[in-house]
Design a protein around this ligand. Structure first.
Ligand SMILES: Cc1cc2nc3c(=O)[nH]c(=O)nc-3n(C[C@H](O)[C@H](O)[C@H](O)COP(=O)(O)OP(=O)(O)OC[C@H]3O[C@@H](n4cnc5c(N)ncnc54)[C@H](O)[C@@H]3O)c2cc1C
Length: 226
């Protein structure tokens, strides 16, 4: 995706990007390096495009449609990430509850300690809230209503709830929780990364507030439904 605006900057702010297919054997295309993520090798790469030329037929859609095309993909992508997160939260919850039943410390099983019961209850609430919000967002998309505000809200809420649930599951497992013997460490870094990928929390909060304020400035109010 690259800027294709007119030299005089004409065109709306959303009309300045275009997506172009660049085959990786095109001269000037160079994978500089794979960027480690959380200290591990990844398939995220730093890519250099130097005087790359491709046929004009490699352009996707009309000139200037790249931003909208990316947004269309990202909206659904954010919901898919949240669905995936709910599944992982559920798995972390299972591991946490089973560990609290199996593990005995200082004269009692973990499940008998109020701190741990609080972890279980708060995680139940986090998962259920994340799950219902994800389903509701999918329903809004299906209904044809503008889903941008709820998608941003979902994108802020679910990764943070995911992070909290996995954090508690790690705590209940003690040192084992940060070891490679459970999937929790990977889930934790994944949850933290999701607060950046597909747009950082702050940008989504700005969008939510902007959409709400616009509604009131237009003389309406926010409808949370029944
Ligand atoms: C593992 C991983 C995979 C990714 N995969 C993709 C991908 O497939 N495709 C893709 O396009 N991108 C991808 N991203 C990029 C991701 O969307 C960006 O990293 C993210 O949008 C933040 O942009 P940035 O890194 O340039 O940070 P910056 O824009 O520099 O922002 C840094 C911080 O500044 C703050 N900030 C930014 N803007 C504002 C604002 N307006 N007001 C207040 N505070 C603000 C936020 O706290 C933000 O975290 C990926 C990122 C990661 C970590």
């Amino acid at each position: 995706m690259c800027r294709t605006e007119e030299a005089d900057g004409a065109g709306g702010v959303r009309d300045k990007m275009t997506q172009i297919i660049v085959p990786t054997d095109t001269p000037g295309f160079n994978i500089v390096r794979r960027i480690p993520v959380w200290g591990h090798d990844s398939n995220h790469c730093e890519i250099e495009y130097k005087n790359v030329r491709v046929p004009v037929t490699n352009q996707l859609g009309r000139t200037g449609s790249g931003h909208q095309a990316a947004q269309d993909r990202l909206g659904a992508g954010r919901v898919f990430h949240c669905m995936n997160s709910v599944g992982q939260m559920w798995r972390a919850f299972d591991l946490m509850v089973k560990r609290s039943i199996d593990r005995e410390v200082h004269g009692g099983r973990l499940e008998t300690k109020q701190f741990i019961q609080g972890f279980i209850a708060d995680s139940y609430i986090d998962i259920m809230t994340a799950r219902l919000m994800t389903i509701h967002t999918a329903e809004i998309i299906d209904s044809g209503q503008d889903p941008r505000t709820i998608i941003s809200a979902l994108k802020v809420y679910v990764p943070a709830a995911f992070e909290r649930v996995v954090d508690r599951a790690i705590q209940v497992h003690g040192a084992m929780g940060v070891s490679g013997d459970t999937p929790l460490a990977g889930m934790y870094t994944g949850a933290r990364t999701l607060r950046l990928a597909d747009g950082p929390d702050e940008v989504h909060r700005i969008l939510i507030a902007k959409n709400v304020l616009n509604k009131y400035h237009d003389g309406g109010s926010w409808d949370f439904g029944i």
